[in-house]
Design a protein around this ligand. Structure first.
Ligand SMILES: O=C(O)CCC(=O)C(=O)O
Length: 260
């Protein structure tokens, strides 16, 4: 999605992200080590007002509600910064994977789509190999593990997409698509924020901040739902259900039984 974030919001997010990443940004340069130049920061992010406000961002989150359903919450949140590495360094690993680990228990066949991540670009990604997550096109439909030759780091049969994006754009990707981190071979720091949403019957990942009761009490109903401010999964997702009804995008109810 082009221009998902306006300039003013973008500036606020970069300031908030840089504050959290200050120690990482200030480390001495070591261009030969990919892992040294990769920050994946998760705990504590929701304490920041600008980062918390993005949980209900109006250009993107309504799409996720329509693609999944109103019965969702925030499942993960990551600030990912990559400092430049030398173009000569061979990538130390790729880490191609699907999100939410469902295949570990159920295998790769008949995988359901249960989560969608929104990756907000805080910097331009105008050239290849500049730090954007790589995606294997159409791999969400694959029913096998991703095939990678012994001497290679990327899949044999799938097209690897290194997207060209502007600061302020957002990329939505779902749990079944194979993707991987990749090094930043440009001369600037790459910055993204990734908000993962999933059905409420999927427990948020361990790094997501436990909802702060005081903050929840002050939040609007949709923020409260997305941050997990409800008793259990059987509590009806009132807030987003109401939003969906108001906008005429409520999903068809699925009955337990039908008259035969
Ligand atoms: O660091 C990256 O670019 C990859 C992020 C990722 O793998 C994920 O969000 O699951």
């Amino acid at each position: 999605m082009r221009s998902a974030i306006d300039r003013e919001t973008l500036d606020r997010l970069v300031a908030a992200g840089d504050k959290r990443a200050r120690a990482f940004l200030d480390k001495p340069a070591v261009l030969e080590k990919e892992e040294y130049n990769h920050l994946d920061l998760r705990p504590g992010l929701l304490k920041d007002n600008a980062l918390r406000a993005l949980v209900t961002h109006s250009t993107t989150v309504p799409l996720v509600v329509q693609l999944l359903s109103p019965n969702i919450h925030l499942h993960s949140l990551a600030l990912i910064y990559k400092r430049p590495v030398s173009p000569e360094v061979t990538p130390f690993r790729r880490g191609w994977h699907r999100d939410i680990r469902i295949p570990k228990d159920l295998g790769h066949r008949h995988l359901p789509r249960v989560g969608i991540k929104i990756c907000y670009c805080l910097t331009d990604f105008h050239k290849p190999n500049s730090g954007m997550t790589l995606f294997a096109r159409r791999s969400h439909l694959d029913s096998e593990p991703l095939a990678i030759s012994k001497a290679e780091i990327d899949p044999k049969h799938a097209e690897v997409c290194d997207l060209t994006l502007n600061a302020g754009d957002a990329v939505l990707f779902e749990n079944r698509i194979f993707h991987t981190a990749a090094p930043n071979r440009s001369d600037r720091v790459s910055r993204v924020l990734i908000y993962g949403y999933a059905y409420r019957w999927l427990k948020p990942e361990v790094y997501l901040d436990v909802p702060d009761e005081q903050l929840l009490a002050k939040s609007d109903p949709i923020t409260r739902q997305l941050l997990g401010g409800y008793r259990d999964v059987d509590t009806v997702p009132w807030a987003l259900q109401r939003w969906a009804r108001t906008h005429g995008v409520e999903p068809e109810p699925v009955p337990w039984t039908i008259e035969a």
